[in-house]
Design a protein around this ligand. Structure first.
Ligand SMILES: Nc1ncnc2c1ncn2[C@@H]1O[C@H](COP(=O)(O)OP(=O)(O)OP(=O)(O)O)[C@@H](O)[C@H]1O
Length: 225
């Protein structure tokens, strides 16, 4: 557990405008997590899982309620401050992993640091170590197109951990993988998350991923139950 990392969500709400009444997706969502916690969010299609993940990732604003990450309200920051905050505090692992096809594996892992102007020499060693942790030390000079789906997902995990985030948000991280590869990626993600004391929130339809996390909540009628 890493008490320095915290996520506190209080009475979050979000609607989207439509031609008639607004579509009320999140009505009253609250969460209280600290470093080392892992939470699976499940729920039917359209229940608002991705909407919630986008707000927790500070990629979208809530209509009401509050989000505090490490005791700070990201939505009180300016656009530029928020971009830096997001880069330093939040790692993303998405189903289609968003790796840049023209960059090598290690360059992809370095992207969050280079985007922030950190010298390559300062972070290269950590990127190498992370790639070793995910079993890809021998592949650092390859491009994503030369890797399997599970290997690409492991690059995305290494990239998400580069900036020593407080929070990792995963959207269907094993959705495109066969069962055996999915189980291996799940095990790796959870073991690194626990070693680094990061908070992990994963949206998933996978029962085996949800069962491996320390808690599981369902989004139902705009609330987590
Ligand atoms: N930008 C938007 N504008 C209008 N409606 C939206 C917008 N984004 C999402 N919605 C609607 O909000 C609801 C929740 O969508 P969301 O993508 O969060 O669901 P989900 O639980 O992640 O679904 P799935 O499991 O199918 O990915 C859906 O009815 C969707 O159509």
């Amino acid at each position: 557990m890493n008490a320095a990392h915290s996520l506190k969500v209080d009475h979050l709400s979000k609607s989207f405008p439509t031609a008639t009444d607004p579509l009320r997706v999140l009505l009253d969502v609250s969460l209280d997590l600290t470093g080392g916690d892992s939470l699976a969010i499940v729920g039917p299609s359209g229940s608002g899982k991705s909407t919630l993940l986008h707000i927790l990732g500070t990629l979208d604003h809530p209509d009401g309620g509050s989000v505090m990450i490490d005791g700070r309200d990201p939505f009180s920051l300016s656009e530029n401050e928020l971009a830096v905050f997001r880069n330093e505090h939040i790692g993303f692992v998405f189903q289609d992993h968003h790796l840049l096809p023209q960059l090598t594996v290690i360059e992809n892992v370095l992207v969050p640091a280079l985007a922030q102007g950190k010298p390559r020499s300062e972070v290269f060693g950590r990127a190498e170590q992370l790639l070793e942790s995910v079993g890809l030390a021998a592949r650092i000079g390859h491009v994503p197109g030369e890797l399997s789906g599970g290997e690409r997902e492991r690059v995305a995990i290494a990239r998400a951990l580069l900036m020593q985030p407080s929070l990792i948000l995963a959207d269907e991280p094993t959705g495109n993988l066969d069962r055996r590869t999915a189980d291996a990626v799940t095990e790796l993600l959870l073991s690194l998350q626990s070693d680094f004391g990061v908070i992990l929130i994963a949206v998933t339809h996978s029962d085996s991923l949800a069962a491996a996390m320390s808690s599981r909540r369902e989004l139902q009628d705009g609330k987590l139950v």
